[in-house]
Design a protein around this ligand. Structure first.
Ligand code: ADP
Ligand code: ZN
Length: 733
């Protein structure tokens, strides 16, 4: 499990097994035996086919709650991935292979009784062991004894003497433990003091009363909570969670990325203690396994996790929160290509629960649903404690280039502002959404640039590593001395990333404490939490980084945010580019001035008049929404229409295009009229040595498009391996 392209299969029950929906089974498939999951116990018998016997039922009880089975089946159909891939992500990895649910255990030694007088022991080690066990009625784990040189041999001989007994205890691997790599505070949370819950502001209270009522009704509701950054959305989630728990139902909280949202995890942990579990892919396999089984056993009331946590085996869910619902990280970019937010809404309907989608910059999809009345909209327009929003200054980089040359990375106004903050011992945040030192290396003689041999992209120069790197496939090489095309000796670099910014800032402000945060510097788990703590305690003057630092964090002492290039994205052949730019800028502007000092944001751009830049600077969501909807409507893009993206891969572009044409022809035949756009070479026409052709299906309804595609693939089954279907795509490059 899962087997690509395979639908549901039927098997006959042999013997007196009594399987239940959600239990795992071993079944024959071809000449193999595979692990499967029961989705229906007495479904209709398929016509004609001879049923094979099921080998073995692995679980007496549903391994997956039946509701989660239904959710996975919905995902398999809606996202056209098939049921297997969807059921598999609902299980921890070991469980997919049919391993039975066991916790890792640890052996614990205890004294049989109080040892009186002189025990009949031999040697220093045995004596030492008894000394350590004395006065420890709970016993001592063997690994702890081993640390003191007392091995299993010694313990076993004491057992043989009937002085000591050994039992097995469950040993839970706890991702919150302080043994984390960071030491102190655990890897996944920021240490936070939690007092009593604060009294809600009048604006929060009004929203809370409505949501509370919806939650209490125990029926399906979706609320879009549109609140400016710092308006106290998290506090509303926390107090709603308290209410829902008090009524005996459970809570699921989705966040886009745990490493980027340790404060949400920390706040839930601080408020609800050890009955909070986290679920996400950066946990070790063991941690994930243990957390999953604790949830399944009912030991957990609140699950905080990334998109796959939407399948958490919680029962009796009364509240589902999707924080930062607009984030593209909710979309899984491999099969099943599901959107965590949308699956959360479907789960909410199945659970008869309240679903709260929170954002300062709601996705157009959710905003349209709120307009049409499918979702109920709530607004928080004020920051808690009336902290003012940052003032925003837009710097036209065309003028900076004209005045100071095309090599400028940091504009004069931004440099002055940083200098001013350094003088006042306040912190600055400088954001650029590109890593590396230089983004292009080209030959001055023939003009050709250094491309990845496996992908159709330019290689990025990383100065610290003295290498050029591909950001798609991670190919790396030493910087060549000569041009590969003409042999020219003068290679030049242009374009810049965060590494160059860090160097420029260091040269300009030699005394400043500068830290860079991007995927090159934050390799290790938990490293970002440490940087955040350093910012919090004032050990950093300037924080430079990619969008990793723009999102979700609370930096009370940061009074200046510089956005170095607000254009990344606007030039792309991607219909969501303006929306992403707007979101990023709005979020980043919301980072400044959260403390008592009002903040300032300086936005450098080549497009000072673009509506995404202007609306973000004015924190004007409504205007952005109108302009963007006009654009989407005129070009027929989501959320005006439903979109399915199909990428066909091949050994050559010609081969990929031929196969894509073949599918398109058949989809046209089976589908509603006018639904297919393409095929054409994908904007990234080669990634990791695979060439990519692409076509889109557009229409009012997904089902007929999916059906047409399914029929086309049924007629050319050999193309299933090459065609990648993405329903409701987020990235289309
Ligand atoms: P958002 O999630 O909307 O960006 P947060 O929930 O992070 O905003 O709230 C911003 C800050 O205000 C946090 O430090 C939070 O603890 C604080 N806060 C929220 N609600 C209240 C309240 N009612 N009284 C006092 N402080 C509050
Ligand atoms: Zn590459």
């Amino acid at each position: 499990m899962p087997v690509p392209g395979l639908g549901l299969l039927s098997y006959r029950l042999a013997g007196n097994v009594a399987p239940t929906k959600g239990a795992r089974v071993r079944v024959p498939l071809g000449n193999r035996t595979v692990t499967g999951c029961i989705v229906d116990v007495d479904g209709p018998r398929p016509e004609g086919a001879e049923l094979r016997d099921l080998d073995e039922v692995l679980d007496d009880h549903p391994f997956l709650p039946p509701l989660v089975v239904d959710l996975a089946l919905w995902v398999g159909e809606y996202y056209a991935s098939g049921p297997g891939a969807a059921l598999a992500i609902a299980m921890p990895p070991a469980a997919r292979r049919g391993e039975t649910s066991s916790f890792r255990t640890v052996k614990v030694a205890t004294l049989v009784g109080e040892v009186e007088g002189d025990p009949p022991v031999k040697g220093r080690k045995q004596r030492d062991a008894l000394a350590r066990l004395r006065g420890q009625p709970g016993g001592v784990p063997l690994p702890d004894l081993a640390k003191h040189g007392i091995g299993w041999d010694t313990v076993r001989s004491l057992v043989a003497l009937n002085l000591v007994c050994v039992r097995e205890d469950e040993h839970l691997r706890d991702p919150f433990s302080d043994e984390g790599e960071d030491g102190g505070g655990g890897r996944w949370t920021l240490a936070r003091r939690d007092g009593p819950a604060p009294e809600l502001t009048p604006e929060q209270a009004l929203v809370f009363r409505h949501l509370e009522e919806a939650a209490a009704s125990a029926s399906f509701h979706v609320a879009l909570l549109h609140g400016v950054t710092g308006s106290g959305k998290t506090e509303i989630y926390l107090q709603l969670a308290r209410q829902v728990l008090s009524r005996g139902r459970r809570v699921l909280v989705l966040v886009p990325e745990i490493a980027l949202t340790p404060s949400v995890v920390g706040q839930f942990r601080a408020r609800f203690g050890s009955r909070v579990a986290i679920q996400h892919s950066a946990l070790s396999t063991g941690e994930r396994h243990d957390q999953w089984h604790r949830i399944r056993r009912g030991d957990i009331d609140v699950v905080v996790g990334t998109r796959s946590a939407v399948f958490a085996p919680l029962e009796q869910v009364g509240l589902i929160v999707v924080d930062e619902e607009h984030e593209s990280a909710y979309k899984q970019e491999e099969a099943p290509r599901y959107h965590g937010r949308d699956v959360a809404v479907v789960r909410g309907r199945m659970e008869q629960a309240l679903v709260v989608l929170g954002s300062a910059t709601p996705s157009l999809e959710s905003a349209v649903n709120a307009r049409s009345g499918r979702y109920e909209a709530f607004h928080l327009t004020q920051r808690v404690l009336d902290r003012p929003l940052a003032t925003v200054r837009i710097v036209d980089m065309r003028r900076e280039y004209a005045a100071h040359g095309a090599d400028v990375t940091l504009s004069a106004p931004l440099l002055e502002a940083i200098e001013d903050r350094l003088a006042k011992a306040e912190q600055s945040l400088v954001l650029l959404n590109r890593r590396g030192f230089a983004t292009v290396t080209f030959c001055r003689q023939c003009g050709s640039s250094l491309e990845c041999p496996h992908c159709s992209v330019a290689l990025t120069f990383h100065r610290a590593q003295r290498r050029v790197r591909c950001h798609y496939c991670n190919y790396a090489a030493a910087v060549p001395k000569r041009c590969g095309a003409c042999g020219g000796e003068f290679l030049e670099q242009s374009g810049f990333g965060t590494e160059r910014l860090e160097a420029d800032l260091g040269a300009r402000f030699p005394g400043a404490r500068i830290v860079r945060v991007d995927r090159d510097t934050i390799r290790r788990r938990g490293a970002i939490a440490r940087v955040l703590r350093d910012v919090e305690r004032g050990a950093i003057d300037i924080l430079v980084g990619t969008q990793m630092i723009a999102k979700g964090h609370d930096f009370p002492a940061v009074t200046l945010v510089g956005v170095v290039s607000a254009d990344v994205g606007l030039g792309f052949a991607d219909f969501r580019a303006a929306e992403r730019t707007f979101q990023l800028l709005t979020q980043v502007v919301g980072r400044a001035g959260r403390g008592d000092t009002p903040g300032e944001a300086i936005v450098q751009t080549l497009y000072p008049d673009h509506y995404a830049v202007r609306a973000a600077a004015a924190q004007d969501y409504a205007t952005f929404f109108e302009r963007e909807m006009t654009f989407r409507t005129s070009l027929h893009y989501p959320p005006i229409v439903a979109l399915i993206n199909v990428v066909v891969k091949g050994r050559s572009l010609e081969a990929a295009m031929t196969d894509a044409h073949e599918l398109v022809k058949r989809v046209r035949l089976h589908g509603p009229r006018g639904t297919v756009v393409g095929p054409a070479p994908a904007p990234m026409s080669k990634i990791k040595d695979e060439y990519r052709a692409q076509f889109f299906l557009k229409g009012a309804h997904r089902r007929p498009m999916r059906v047409a595609l399914e029929r086309a693939l049924d007629e050319r089954p050999e193309l299933r391996r090459k065609a990648f279907v993405d329903v409701d795509p987020v990235g289309v490059l």
